[in-house]
Design a protein around this ligand. Structure first.
Ligand SMILES: [Mn+2]
Length: 496
């Protein structure tokens, strides 16, 4: 595998604080401990709680990645490595470059770098195989090219290009006949002389159509089928302005163009960055239920039953003997406090408490106080559109052929929720319709009372099976419920 490719560390879509902080700190860990060129990435926008954590510990936003689909620009032979021909060059220029490099074709461009056609090895071979039919039209042969190919010196004073013919006398001697000039005897057989003359003609007369051309931004998977079914030796790659920016041949498609990924805080591809199935996932660091895809290579999977992915990464730092810096410790702490709702969620384990205590010391913050500030920064329900509230921490699942979505938002008290309940319910219904989901839910979790209100859009028959109190239509009160994955998700699955 090409080790010059960076290792992209990325969390799930609609990233939460654990996902973002895990990506940043694991990228730092891989760089510091494994000497990898690891880059922290994110598959979505940063919510206000995470924003608070990044600001508190001076971290840059991870790089936003909308997909990990390899594109033609990732595999093509770039513009700087190409031989581009102009239509007024003699054909022998193409012939020589192709024979020297064993190319099967060369693109021909106009003065604005637009591809106007190509010269192919097969095209030249078929011309040379039927010289009798070779062009005898009054084309402008390059006399300099002809002289070079034929190893003769032409008299001075001839034009650069001329209408030329090869003539053979009764004794088989060849000569070059030019309009309005004396015949020039040639030390060549008739066939070679005719071939050289043909190769001295301008490329413009031998152009073949350029064939299919593709934009450099085209994902490889979108054209693989077309390429495989085509007889062309290669394809021209263009910019948006139709200028040639590269070439791809079949050989280029054999190279491994996959992005190298580490998935953190998720393992189900349905929650991952677009195109993950076309990437090389080398590692997964997670604490969720296992929904792994079959892989083609062996990979490292670390999945532990702890409260956050950041707890696992803190443990890896500890085991390696490399102490996280204070800012890294702060980010790891943020991930733990966010996922465990300041160590209150039933998902919290002794490992989370131990790691959080130690990390708070290293980061130089008071755990409870920092945790409350983190959640205060995240409870901004009033200022967001309902779609944004649903979208910022939403996970998609598929179970028994049914697709469903569960969003979660934490807040202090339920007043803000009740004042916007109708809008949120409407947005939830349209999201479910638009995505053709079996069920869509929003968990509104009050961290002060450890209670979740579950706003649900689901078939009547499904809702009828729910035993929790229903203080308003489609709103279920779940006391002592804080965790999506440990409490709400198993509950919803059980009812399926
Ligand atoms: Mn997590």
């Amino acid at each position: 595998m090409a080790t010059d490719k960076p290792l992209l560390v990325i969390g799930h879509r609609n990233p939460d604080t654990d996902s973002i902080c895990a990506a940043i700190s694991y990228a730092r860990y891989k760089s510091a401990v494994a000497g990898e060129r690891a880059i922290a990435c994110r598959a979505g926008s940063i919510n206000s709680q995470t924003r608070h954590a990044l600001a508190a510990f001076g971290a840059d936003d991870p790089q936003l990645i909308t997909d990990v689909l390899p594109r033609l620009s990732d595999i093509m032979i770039g513009r700087e490595a190409l031989y581009l021909l102009r239509p007024d060059q003699p054909l022998c220029d193409a012939y020589e470059i192709m024979t020297d490099n064993r190319f099967t074709f060369l693109p021909v461009v106009d003065e604005t770098d637009r591809c106007i056609g190509k010269v192919t090895a097969i095209g030249i071979a078929s011309l040379l195989s039927r010289l009798e039919d070779a062009p005898v039209e009054p084309e402008q042969a390059s006399l300099a090219a002809f002289a070079r190919l034929s190893g003769v010196e032409l008299p001075v004073g001839l034009p650069e290009a001329a209408v030329a013919r090869i003539v053979v006398d009764g004794k088989g001697r060849t000569a070059l006949a030019l309009e309005g000039a004396d015949r020039i005897p040639l030390p060549l057989g008739a066939a070679q002389a005719a071939a050289n003359l043909m190769l001295s003609l301008p490329i413009a007369g031998f152009l073949e159509p350029p064939g299919p051309t593709f934009l450099a931004t085209t994902p490889i998977r979108d054209i693989e089928h077309t390429i495989n079914r085509s007889n062309e030796g290669g394809f021209v790659v263009t910019s948006d302005e139709e200028r040639i920016v590269g070439l791809v041949t079949r050989m280029n498609f054999m190279t491994d163009s996959r992005f190298r990924l580490v998935l953190v805080d998720h393992n189900e591809f349905s929650q991952s960055v677009e195109g993950v199935e076309y990437a090389l996932v080398e590692e997964i660091i997670d604490h969720h239920r296992i929904g792994l895809q079959r892989t083609t290579e062996p990979i490292t999977v670390i999945n532990r039953v702890v409260g956050s992915t950041c707890t696992i990464i803190a443990g890896m730092y500890e085991q390696s003997g490399v102490e996280p810096t204070a800012p890294t410790a702060g980010l790891l702490l943020s991930g733990i406090l966010s996922d465990t709702v300041i160590l209150n969620s039933p998902t919290t384990t002794p490992a989370d408490r131990r790691a959080a205590t130690r990390l708070a010391q290293t980061a130089g913050v008071e755990l409870e106080e920092y945790g409350r500030a983190l959640f205060a920064a995240g409870s901004d329900l009033e200022s967001l559109r309902p779609e944004a509230i649903l979208g910022r921490d939403r996970k998609l699942y598929e179970e028994k052929g049914r697709r469903f979505a569960v969003s979660q938002t934490e807040m202090v008290g339920f007043e803000a929720f009740w004042s916007r309940r109708d809008e949120l319910g409407g947005a939830l219904d349209s999201f479910r319709d638009g995505q053709d989901l079996y069920l869509a839910a929003l968990m509104v979790t009050d961290i002060t009372t450890s209670t979740t209100l579950l706003l649900l859009s689901a078939p009547r028959s499904y809702r009828d099976r729910i035993a929790y109190p229903e203080p308003a239509d489609g709103v279920y009160e779940m006391r002592g419920v804080l965790s999506r994955k440990k409490q709400v998700l198993p509950f919803l699955l059980e009812l399926l």
